[in-house]
Design a protein around this ligand. Structure first.
Ligand SMILES: O=C(O)CCC(=O)C(=O)O
Ligand SMILES: [Fe+2]
Length: 278
């Protein structure tokens, strides 16, 4: 064995460290993000990308009002507990044995029809997806399973926060989608924000197998990422935020006010396509 190679004192004495490594984990906030910003997010050198007031406060308020008439349900309570209220199917609820249960498609059809009634010809999702197309400069389409398009654009209401967790389709449910993903973003446009709490915390840390000693239901104990850099995003109404959902993230509980978002995931495929699903 070459001992000089491993002698820390000897190495330190004889080398000059010229490259100081930046953690590169900031939140980028700008009106018109560039493709390179999302590419940095995918590469792990940004923590989050945010478009302030992407939807106007008036449009958000109208949407909240229109949603009053819609029936909300919860994620499957056996999978996500305590219950989280939402409108529209979460594909997460329907994963079973390498595919998704057939009931998913009925739920998706029903929610699409109700959504159309709620928003009429002025669909805020069109605004959000059009901007994503401008940023990405490549195809942006709903993800598919067996050639069928998945539902995009759930409305989610979080009140008690969310435990630290990650979302990574290729690791949790490999082989289900018709796509191979090289990165995955969580996307939320916050249509109502609480006065207190409700911050999104993103850790610079991905899951590893030994973390599972600290698993709590759908999440993990925050001690797993206690020593890692993190960012905290406190959205204002109408903000759009992308983050790498493969990184651990948690949502602080809100005390006063409602926290609702239009939510979907964006997968980066090997063909430079962005595929969307909720
Ligand atoms: O509501 C948020 O800020 C993020 C929720 C979340 O866990 C996700 O979008 O994956
Ligand atoms: Fe998440």
């Amino acid at each position: 064995m070459n001992t000089a190679l491993h002698d820390a004192a000897l190495v330190a004495e004889n080398t000059e460290v010229i490259q100081h490594i930046d953690p590169l984990f900031d939140v980028l906030s700008k009106d018109e993000p560039a493709r390179s910003d999302l590419v940095r997010l995918a590469a792990g050198t940004l923590a989050a990308v945010r478009i302030p007031h992407h939807l106007s406060a008036e449009r958000c308020a109208e949407l909240i009002k229109a949603l009053d008439t819609a029936d909300f349900d919860t994620y499957d309570e056996r999978r996500i507990f305590p219950p989280v209220t939402k409108f529209g199917p979460a594909v997460f609820d329907y994963y079973l044995d390498g595919t998704i249960r057939p009931e998913y498609w009925e739920h998706a059809e029903r929610s699409r029809a109700t959504w159309k009634q709620i928003v009429g010809d002025d669909d805020p999702l069109d605004t959000l997806v059009a901007e994503l197309r401008r940023i990405w400069q490549g195809p942006v389409e709903p993800a598919t399973v067996g050639g069928r398009e998945l539902f995009v654009g759930m409305v989610r209401e979080l009140t008690g926060g969310a435990r630290m967790h990650f979302d990574e389709l290729m690791r949790e449910f490999p082989g289900v989608f018709d796509h191979e993903l090289v990165a995955q973003f969580g996307f939320n446009c916050y249509i109502s924000v609480p006065e207190e709490g409700g911050e999104l915390v993103v850790y610079r840390r991905r899951w590893k197998p030994s973390d599972d000693e600290k698993r709590i239901g759908y999440g993990w104990n925050e001690s797993v990422a206690a020593d890692e850099p993190r960012v905290q995003v406190k959205p204002t109404v109408g903000d759009s935020v992308w983050f790498d959902s493969r990184n651990y993230h948690a949502i602080n509980p809100n005390t006063a006010g409602r926290r609702l978002s239009l939510a979907f995931f964006c997968g980066v495929t090997t063909e430079n396509k962005l595929v969307l699903w909720s």
